[in-house]
Design a binder for this molecule. Structure first.
Ligand code: DX5
Ligand code: ZN
Length: 229
């Protein structure tokens, strides 16, 4: 592990005020967010329903950093182009959501977006082994996807460590998503995580009228993460 490794903080707008996304996005970016994480849920692959491509397109002009679109939908392939057209910078799909996930990876790549691939907590790492030359990021879920505010599943730490070894020298980021807090972040960062998604830990206690709280939460996460490198 090198000392100059810097951790990216990607607040999930799943924890934002759903009636005020434009101002929420601007608030977290002004307060130091590196990426904006957009959780797309379909009430089929996961038991919750959030945004479609039209909403994601409406977020786009507010995002000045990097729009990281996490698709928790099945099937995925028919929707890839519409999320790319909506302005995603990265599209992440779940390996559990398609039978031919390599085709999904190719389809995301063909849009020009960065390519992410995600694993649920119980899905073994061998599911991504033969995709590592073709993706930009692997997202490890550390909760069962569907809701914010759940408890971190600790097996994600060892999984992160093994994934880091499996990636080796390839330019592939590791993103960890679910239950990331100042308490849980250090272990995943020490294990090799590069991008931390955080919903509740960023939005807790703040609002667009109290954005300093977002800033304090982001700084606390970043400090806890950087101290673990
Ligand atoms: C979970 C989503 C996460 C979620 C994280 O299904 O993919 O991005 O919003 O929220 P917290 O940080 O509250 O666990
Ligand atoms: Zn997510």
């Amino acid at each position: 592990m090198t000392a100059d490794r810097s951790i990216l903080i990607a607040p999930s707008i799943l924890s934002a005020d759903f009636a005020d996304f434009g101002r929420e996005i601007r608030a977290i970016e002004d307060q130091g967010a590196d990426w904006v994480h957009v959780d797309v849920m379909d009430n089929h692959f996961v038991p919750n329903l959030t945004f479609g491509p039209q909403a994601v397109k409406a977020f786009r002009p507010h995002v000045k950093t990097f729009m990281d679109v996490h698709l928790m939908i099945s099937p995925v392939d028919p929707s890839i182009e519409s999320y790319a057209e909506a302005g995603a910078d990265m599209i992440t799909a779940h390996v559990e959501a398609e039978s031919h996930i390599h085709r999904t990876v190719q389809a995301i790549r063909a849009t020009g977006c960065k390519v992410g691939i995600s694993l649920n907590p119980a899905t073994p790492l061998d599911q991504v082994e033969y995709l590592l030359d073709d993706v930009d990021m692997v997202l490890l879920m550390t909760v069962n996807p569907g809701y914010g505010g759940q408890k971190f599943i600790t097996s994600g730490v060892e999984k992160t460590r093994r994934l880091k070894q499996m990636i080796g020298d390839r330019p592939v980021l590791i993103q960890v998503d679910g239950g990331v807090t100042t308490e849980t972040a250090p272990a995943v960062v020490a294990a090799g995580a590069d991008v931390l998604v955080a919903g509740s830990a960023v939005f807790r206690g703040g609002s667009v009228d109290k954005p300093d709280v977002y800033g304090a939460n982001i700084r606390a996460l970043r400090e806890a993460a950087q101290a673990a490198i």
